[in-house]
Design a protein around this ligand. Sequence first.
Ligand SMILES: [Zn+2]
Ligand SMILES: [Zn+2]
Length: 346
Amino acid sequence: MKAVRFYAPGDVRIEDVAEPVCGPDEVKLRVRNCSTCGTDVKIRNNGHQNIDPPRTMGHEIAGEVVQVGEDVSGWSVGDRAQVIAAVPCGECYECRRGWMAVCENQTSVGYQYEGGFAEYLVVPREVLKVDGLNRIPENIGYDEASVAEPFACAINAQELVHVGEGDTVVVFGAGPIGCIHIRLARANGAERVFLIDVNAERLAMSAKAVGPDEVINGSEVDVVERVKELTGGRGADVVITATAANVAQEQAIRMAARRGRISFFGGLPKTNPFIQCDSNLVHYRELMIMGANGSAPSHNKRALEYIASGQVPVKDLITARLPLDRALEAFDVVARGEAIKVTVEP
Ligand SMILES: [Zn+2]
Ligand SMILES: [Zn+2]
């Protein structure tokens, strides 16, 4: 079968590999959609410490069950399934406390396990062990289901900063995940949502799709001033930074309202993970700064529910579709920011 394999930074190949064999405690999928995100581009360019090459990439996966190991119950051939990407161990202190997104033994599909840019995928037993293979609701497609993984990360973040009724929410980053954050914030009851980016084209494309109440171009205006202006000087109740820009985190702190909640959703470059923070703003204004590390299996299930119920549609966010043998082009489309979500259809 064909698969997209990472060998080294800058060396990703589409090649023929043996079809994976399904063990007695595993489930085999015919991959129908594996969507791409900025992480795939990062891996292609820089590699990742947790990847032992060669490794099949791809972590936003939906497919059809074609084989079920004899020791596995609850699944049948023909079932439609979505796969979690971040795999908690289910046993450590954090997992037992219910904080599976920060499991200290977390592994990932496409890193330690073979990923979804392939015709077939054997779902690792570690995924089944934590209930990480999810049934796709009947009324949604494989393409939409593949977006449940990044969507799950947004759910985790918004849950941690309690986005709710009446909130004014600011989202930095007009990528696919920024679009999902905008829609999810609305579904969670936010009263107003503002979208910030420094790339005018990307901002226009995403704003057209999700219609934020206000679009702010950070390359043209002072975003802190603008948010203060739009909120009568009060600032934003919630600020989510869905970007790897250090300055966005600094601006987020400065534009937050009293009691504002800030989600550092996107990680910063390892080479420069530092920001300047006026600690007195945090102190006197009782700001809450929260991290967000991927998602737990339960967030994937909730993402599928949000999509199936129509509360947070994602179909229209998938603006490019490519076959597996053009997966490398898909990475380029993501890198150039030309589409909202790019999906590969093996
Ligand atoms: Zn991703
Ligand atoms: Zn754990």
